[in-house]
Design a protein around this ligand. Structure first.
Ligand SMILES: Nc1nc2c(ncn2[C@@H]2O[C@H](COP(=O)(O)OP(=O)(O)O)[C@@H](O)[C@H]2O)c(=O)[nH]1
Ligand SMILES: [Mg+2]
Length: 219
């Protein structure tokens, strides 16, 4: 069974912790990526497919899982042989830079990509810089095509948008053009269409892996 660490925020300036994290990640040759999205958006499923694709390319990755309770997501990654650590916030709706740092130090990982799967929430995680190099939102098709219009702080905050569960577009009547127009009103971030259920959308996961690979070269 993987270790589950219960963590609460250390009071203090989040920006100071985020700055210290950035320095540490650079020192360790680590690209830190913050994955955000609603509960059930497909964060874990997408992340698993992405980690496997990166492994195929010879890039190491590790995962820090943030959830209120349980180790369900970390168990998945441990089973597949990835370094992973579960943080339980026991009620907090996001994780902050100090929590990420304590998890990262326990992980003892260098020379690769560390993903933080943030607590499922479209509001609070956009208020806490973790010291990450890349911010991704997973937006799932069944959530609806109007979310960029409603969750403006989150959609403004990210560097890339991963549209998940694209295999369900027709079933739920998702209007991609409407979604992208809403996004473009606040952000020029690239959009990647993905699914873990269809071969065509698997190409989107490879395109995200290209982005991660390019960014990792800059670390
Ligand atoms: N149809 C479909 N279902 C998906 C896809 N990705 C994830 N799911 C399902 O959506 C649910 C939530 O996925 P999960 O990865 O746990 O989301 P998380 O809570 O954001 O980490 C699970 O039942 C998954 O099997 C996808 O690409 N297509
Ligand atoms: Mg998850």
């Amino acid at each position: 069974m993987p270790e589950v660490v219960i963590m609460k925020e250390i009071k203090g300036k989040n920006e100071d912790h985020a700055r210290a994290n950035r320095e540490k990640f650079a020192e360790d040759h680590v690209l830190m990526v913050n994955i955000m999205g609603a509960p059930g958006a497909g964060k874990t499923s997408f992340l698993m497919a992405l980690c496997k694709e990166l492994k195929r390319r010879g890039i190491k990755s590790a995962v820090i899982e943030g959830d209120l309770y349980s180790s369900i997501d970390t168990d998945e990654f441990t089973k597949e042989g990835f370094d992973s650590l579960q943080i339980n916030t026991e009620g907090e709706c996001h994780i902050d830079a100090s929590v990420v740092r304590r998890g990262y130090d326990k992980l003892g990982f260098t020379d690769g990509v560390v993903f933080v799967e943030n607590v499922g929430n479209l509001i609070c995680p956009a208020e806490f810089d973790l010291g990450e190099a890349l911010r991704i939102i997973t937006a799932s098709v069944p959530e609806g095509d109007d979310k960029p219009y409603k969750y403006v702080p989150m959609y403004s905050y990210v560097d890339a948008v991963v549209l998940t569960k694209c295999d369900l577009k027709e079933a739920v009547g998702f209007d991609t053009g409407f979604f992208i127009r809403g996004l473009r009103a606040v952000n020029e971030a690239p959009v990647f269409e993905t699914s873990v259920r269809s071969v065509e959308s698997a190409e989107g996961i490879c395109a995200v892996a290209d982005l991660i690979e390019d960014r990792f070269k800059e670390v």
